[in-house]
Ligand binder design. Structure first.
Ligand SMILES: [Zn+2]
Length: 717
């Protein structure tokens, strides 16, 4: 099933890929490659990371694809009338070898990406795309799927089986199963070309992140930076063979603290320009021409499939359903967010003027002066918080949260029995209160070269139980900057929220309680999948977590109550910036994909569209087009970056279900969340699941309250 369910940074399954899952004939493929054999060891088998080498990837992918094509051909050629069992269940069983190989391949691509892996990606990306098309374009197979789908209500299927029939049928149609031979051929050519372009796009961004850096030779140039950021910069420099110097790497986790604290305005500007120009520097790693080509091919593909634009095609199977509904939400929040930015800029300018800085606020000043405003208004200094935020303690805090809310008990797995792909990675087993295994949790916390930036969750193995009780394996991946060896790693408040966010995705995967892998865990609609992750962020700020787990790294004392209260008071601070930074990216993404067949110069389109929107000049998009991995690194979040706000509308409303009841730790609300949202995967319509949890649909009011924007006057939605 190729595209694993990466969430957070990237794509969620429910793609075609997710539909072509699973296999049965494992015995016949137990070749010498450790990648082809079924996983062995404890917990129903674990990935054989101790035996895998890059050289295994390509032959294993090829062998596993061939194996699945054989399985699919057998299903398609069956002389029996099509039934759920001999068609869809058989498909769920097919491709299990490829699932396992793809899992490891995905881990190498995203976290161990060196030149050898990149060569495999370049060669295999179009082959994998062609492979997917061969399955969805198999006419005999589609006829059988259609037959099962058409008889779904009268053939005695369970609700989940009916949903699966609908999902297979819909995904095949959406992938072109009903097109004529000539159109199918063109479609497959487009998909292969796109796969290559996505690979190049991602490799270009990674190259700019790896190769560009801000080297600091004099400690005086670090003025303003807190100790943790200095230590991090020194660690990176040492790792790059530059002892006694400091390196600000061209990644978000290095750049943002520098922009927040560095007193040297010229260096802030330099760092900012380096970061926002990733993929946009001319030369071999420039992404602009690639973007134009991707957009043109996507527009052509949408028309071929019978849709007005790529955005219409992508949104059809989401909760929003149409670009118009997504745009309506984005635009409703845009105006109040821009108004708030004007206030924030005025506050910052006043401080700069008072200090006699003699400047106008520019994008490289925003984070820096926002800190000063925060300090002045809330007496809250973010550097006061960080000493209490030790990564190891907060991780234990998330485990506590999982136990209190959902009854999950985390316990370190035996490293001798569970191999890892890098010494940074640690593994926990997760059990229910009765001691029964729920799954495994792999955690890969630190930044390193070859690991893509950002944070994400990934399911190595989806929960399922139609051929035995298969437990899930999930992972969280982030890019925390390491501290001095042997010393605790301190992280920022934002990083701590991200930690809880990704863990929310992990809990979504661990909570899964379904029969079929294609509808398991996080394989839900793209604009619904962020609900579990975003809501779990809220528990970080509860006294139960902070008192127990936010302990000062030197004194061991919990965060003082006064500081906790200041954090709470300031929780709507800088929402103008956060919202506009995000919304501008979401709007550009949607407008690029609504633009249809016209030839697009990304740079010009971005500039002119932002001007027309009234983008504040003091802010830049969170992801500028040439580095927008969500959108151009795969189909993943293309015309889908709006999903975070869509989900946050649900999140804000769902959080109020807790606050209206007994508070964050209300067991009854947590159980409803688990029963109707976390555990059901894609076995039901997301809107139905949400309604069952909340008793009604979500409106926009809670979202506006959460962000501190005016609530639309008694508007009922
Ligand atoms: Zn997420």
């Amino acid at each position: 099933m190729s595209l694993k369910s990466l969430v957070a940074g990237a794509a969620v399954a429910a793609t075609l890929a997710a539909v072509t899952a699973a296999n049965a004939t494992e015995a016949e493929s137990t070749a010498a490659s450790p990648l082809l054999a079924p996983w062995t060891g404890p917990y129903g088998g674990v990935p054989p990371f101790d035996r895998v080498q890059v050289e295994h990837l390509k032959p294993a992918l090829e062998a596993a694809m061939a194996e699945q094509l054989g399985e699919i051909d057998r299903i398609a050629a069956s002389a029996e009338p099509a039934t759920f069992e001999n068609t869809l269940a058989a498909m769920e069983r097919s491709g299990r070898t490829l699932d396992r190989v793809n899992t490891v391949y995905g881990i190498y691509s995203s976290t161990l990406n060196d030149e050898a892996v990149q060569a495999v990606e370049r060669e295999m990306a179009p082959k994998l795309a062609a492979f997917n098309d061969r399955i969805t374009q198999n006419e005999a197979l589609f006829k059988r799927i259609a037959a099962v789908y058409e008889a779904r209500e009268t053939s005695g299927l369970s609700a989940e089986q009916q949903r699966l029939a609908w999902l297979y049928y819909t995904n095949f149609v959406r992938a072109g199963a009903r097109l004529d031979a000539q159109a199918k051929q063109r479609l497959s050519a487009i998909n292969q070309k796109l796969a290559s372009l996505y690979t190049t796009f991602g490799q270009n961004v990674l190259a700019d992140e790896n190769d560009a850096e801000l080297l600091i030779e004099n400690e005086a140039d670090l003025a303003g930076l807190p100790e943790s950021a200095r230590v991090g910069a020194a660690q990176i420099a040492a790792a790059r063979g530059k002892p006694n110097q400091w390196v600000i790497a061209n990644t978000r986790s290095s750049i943002e603290p520098f922009l927040t604290y560095a007193d040297r305005r010229d260096l802030r500007e330099k760092a900012w320009r380096m970061f926002v120009n990733r993929g946009d520097n001319g030369g071999a790693t420039d992404n602009n021409a690639i973007i134009s080509e991707i957009l043109a091919l996507r527009a052509e593909r949408a028309r071929l499939l019978g849709y007005e634009t790529h955005a219409h095609w992508r949104l059809e199977n989401t909760m929003a359903r149409t670009p118009a509904r997504a745009m309506e939400l984005l635009e409703a929040v845009w105006t109040p967010a821009v108004a708030r930015v004007r206030e924030e800029v005025a506050d910052m300018q006043a401080i700069a003027d008072k200090e006699g800085a003699g400047i106008s606020i520019e994008p490289w000043d925003y984070r820096y002066y926002a800190e000063k405003v925060r300090k002045a208004r809330y007496d809250l200094d973010a550097t006061e918080i960080t000493p209490y935020l030790q990564l190891d303690n907060l991780r234990e805090g998330m485990f506590y949260m999982a136990k209190e809310l959902f009854g999950f008990h985390f316990k370190p797995a035996d490293p001798a029995r569970v191999p890892v792909y890098h010494s940074d990675v640690r593994v926990w087993e997760v059990n229910d209160p009765a001691g029964k295994l729920v799954g495994l949790f792999y955690f890969d916390p630190y930044a390193r070269k070859g690991k893509r930036s950002g944070a994400w969750m990934n399911a190595y193995r989806p929960q399922q139980r139609f051929d035995g009780d298969v437990k899930t394996i999930v992972s969280n991946n982030s890019n925390f900057v390491r501290g001095k060896p042997g010393e605790p790693v301190l992280i920022s408040w934002t990083d701590a929220e991200t930690l809880f966010h990704e863990f929310g995705h992990a809990l979504h995967g661990l909570s899964s309680n379904v029969t079929y892998p294609s509808v398991s865990g996080t394989r839900v609609a793209r604009d619904y999948v962020e609900l579990p992750s975003q809501i779990l962020e809220h528990w970080l700020a509860t006294p139960e977590i902070l008192d127990r787990y936010a302990l000062h790294y030197q004194t061991g004392k919990p965060m003082p109550r006064a500081l906790v209260e200041k954090i709470r008071d300031a929780d709507k601070f800088n929402q103008g910036f956060d919202t506009v930074e995000y919304l501008s990216s979401a709007l550009i993404d949607m407008k690029l994909h609504l633009a249809g067949a016209q030839a697009i110069d990304a740079d010009k389109f971005e500039r002119e569209t932002l001007a027309a929107l009234g983008m504040p000049t003091e802010i830049v998009m969170r992801h500028r087009t040439p580095q927008f991995m969500h959108v151009f690194g795969s189909d993943g979040y293309s015309a889908g970056y709006y999903s975070y706000l869509w989900s946050d509308t649900l999140t804000a409303d769902a959080w109020e279900a807790f606050t209206e009841a007994g508070g964050p730790w209300d067991k009854a609300v947590a159980k409803r969340l688990s029963d109707h949202v976390l555990s059901v995967g894609n076995t039901i319509e997301p809107a139905d699941g949400y309604r069952a949890f909340r008793g009604r649909d979500a409106g926009i009011d809670a979202l506006m309250r959460k962000r501190g924007f005016p609530v639309p006057a008694a508007q009922k939605k």
